[in-house]
Design a protein around this ligand. Sequence first.
Ligand SMILES: Cc1cc2nc3c(=O)[nH]c(=O)nc-3n(C[C@H](O)[C@H](O)[C@H](O)COP(=O)(O)O)c2cc1C
Length: 177
Amino acid sequence: MEFMDCVKTRRSIRKFIEREVPFESIQKAAKAAMYAPSWKNTQITRYYAVTSKEIKEKIASYLPSINQQAAQSAPVLMILSVVKHRSGYNREGQCDTPKGTGWQMFDCGLSSMLFCLKANELGLGTVIMGYFDEDAIAKDLEIPDTEEISAVIALGYPDEEPVMPKRKDIDIILKQI
Ligand SMILES: Cc1cc2nc3c(=O)[nH]c(=O)nc-3n(C[C@H](O)[C@H](O)[C@H](O)COP(=O)(O)O)c2cc1C
């Protein structure tokens, strides 16, 4: 798939068909994410692929109603976390810029974008979800407290073809100075 085709055809998918996603496909998407740039190459983003129906249902119950359709129908829920106190930090363990801990979410965003684009290339749909009960998920999945959950991504074969939400004009997002 051409790069711009992949970029333009990726949509947030909130309804999935009942079809298992091969673990190799999840792995391919995560392998693409490995190539993302990160603060001092710290590579802090972690992906937990929840495919067990029972655990998935529990995780879905920690998401609000707006995310229920995606969470319930997706055959995979990816839980993304970041290893804390690395990105944006110096060797002395202090935040190195006025952005504080902001760089860790920045790194996770770069990584997850590659994950979603590779998934799209493989015919898989994704939606990144920012609303979830972080503590409940961390407890159930026994995510160590050295990590912080950053996002949940529903993953599966799409059961809808959403129209692209309107993008802002280029003059708004790009200024030549
Ligand atoms: C950080 C982030 C959080 C998001 N959280 C949610 C969410 O909780 N629920 C949801 O349905 N979509 C969520 N989205 C998806 C956006 O609504 C979607 O990307 C946007 O409307 C543009 O549509 P597109 O992805 O199809 O281009 C989120 C996207 C991002 C990047």
